[in-house]
Ligand binder design. Sequence first.
Ligand code: ADP
Length: 238
Amino acid sequence: MSGIDRDEQQHAAPVDPVVDEAPEQQSKAAPAKTDSQKLPAILLFGMPGTGKGTQGQLLGTMAGLFHISTGEIFRGLDPSTEDGRVVRDLIDHGNLVPDDLAVRLWKQHVAAAIDAGELRLDSDVLILDGIPRSVTQCRLLDSQVDVLAVIHLASANDEPIVERLLQRGVSAGRADDGSEAVIRRRFEIYRQTTAPVLDFYPPEKVHSINPLGTPIEVKKQILECIIPAIRRWQRDLN
Ligand code: ADP
């Protein structure tokens, strides 16, 4: 079965050399993918409310960068489907979507973007916002994605972030931002389950940035980290 679940999209698709099989489904004889066959990616990482979505959107407008937010994908699921119903209930209560389901939905989204010609395999670098969110997800993505850099939006203090999220709850109407208890639960899950993702990647790839500046100040700092990482990747390809 295709690792990006093309079958479930019910349309024929060309063979994809990049994301074709989940690691646990690869036959022993299959050679491991080389890094040049993986999708290059920058991870936007940080607690809820640190601006991953804002920065992802800003960066995603730039040529050669392709923004994918799992939160957006999950909120956009049709609530009349089983996946949509399950996911919405988890999100609204501040719980993570199970790893297998999260990665399967991400793969479906990537496959659809490739098929639609929106994501260009020869030149685009993914800006991953919200995934991986656990070490298990890191492992599930490892054969598919070449992580060029991890941008850690690291706030020293929870309180300004709680305020930000409560305001977002009003402006964006998100149920998970409407309750301080749900916000603090998400912080707890972040510390327990998501923060260990930072140790999965080599320390030299992880860049910590203060997320409390203006969006363009933060974006400038991110670009200063990712431009050299992307240059190195392009150089290694040639
Ligand atoms: P935030 O970072 O503010 O929590 P997101 O839009 O990134 O906002 O995520 C919203 C919710 O979607 C999360 O609280 C979680 O329930 C779910 N979610 C998003 N990405 C993942 C993921 N990779 N794995 C599991 N759950 C996820």
